[in-house]
Design a protein around this ligand. Structure first.
Ligand code: ZN
Length: 264
């Protein structure tokens, strides 16, 4: 029992409460983006070899262009708000992969991939910005680190104590490996509804900050929903219900439009 108490003390000493930019929500995190980066770099590199990289087409270049433009706007905002150390942790990368799946994802630290299958839905740069904003938000809010921290606290609670009981001072790394085992693959990490809605909200504001019309967001999700009998469902199934999402986006639009109009 003493051992258990000591471990919990250690875990809580390692964990910290941080504030999510823009939404102001406090989150408990054991793993910072920096902790996750060695794993992310390997896994991202590997993901890029699994499908053909599309760099020479107009769409391939648009993904990079929109990504860079939005990252710049996001970083400017974060610096204004005093999140300089977070900015230093982010290592943006944007790629388009040949894959018919209707999907896009972002690994911690801002390593983004779009699949060609989602392009019929995004249609143009503004459509790409809808998804890009949402994906960048997951990275900025360190949803992966938070999710993995929750997993590990849950695991510890149900008895996988021995695995985490390293006698050396690398407890964070050990906890991280255990947590990755739970999460399996970073790109397939499914987020909670709370995280998805938070990413929607942040993404909408981010696209406006970068000069993309946020009114495109509900239109984009409408196109995805229309096609939900088809492959659009794949992406939507890991994400919140369509009507709830549209309702939320519409209620957030006035704030985003104001930012967009100001930047024009
Ligand atoms: Zn998401």
């Amino acid at each position: 029992m003493k051992k258990l108490a000591a471990l919990f003390c250690l875990v809580y000493a390692l964990s910290a409460c941080s504030i999510v930019p823009l939404t102001g929500r406090s989150q408990l995190t054991i793993f910072t983006t920096q902790d996750l980066m060695p794993l992310v770099k390997d896994e991202y590199k590997e993901s890029l070899t699994e499908s053909e990289l599309v760099t020479s087409t107009k769409e391939g270049q648009e993904i990079v262009k929109v990504g860079n433009k939005m990252a710049e706007a996001v970083e400017t905002y974060l610096k204004e708000q005093g999140y300089d150390s977070l900015v230093n942790e982010l290592e943006w990368e944007f790629n388009l992969l040949e894959n018919e799946e209707v999907n896009a994802w972002c690994m911690p630290g801002g390593k983004v991939a779009f699949y060609t299958g989602i392009l019929p839905f995004t249609r143009d740069e503004t459509g790409i910005a809808v998804i890009m904003g949402h994906e960048l938000a997951h990275a900025v809010a360190n949803h992966a680190g938070e999710r993995m921290s929750q997993e590990i606290l849950f695991e510890l609670g149900v008895g996988s104590i021995d695995l985490a009981m390293g006698q050396d001072p690398t407890l964070t790394q050990e906890l991280l490996l255990l947590s990755v085992g739970v999460a399996s693959e970073l790109k397939l990490l499914s987020f909670s509804r709370k995280h998805e809605l938070e990413a929607d909200r942040m993404g909408l504001i981010f696209m406006a900050m970068a000069g993309y019309d946020p009114r495109e967001a509900p239109l984009f999700w409408g196109r995805m929903a229309e096609d939900s009998e088809d492959e659009g469902l794949l992406f939507l199934s890991t994400h919140p219900g369509h009507s709830k999402r549209m309702e939320r986006l519409n209620s957030l639009l006035p704030e985003a439009i104001a930012i967009y109009e100001q930047r024009k």
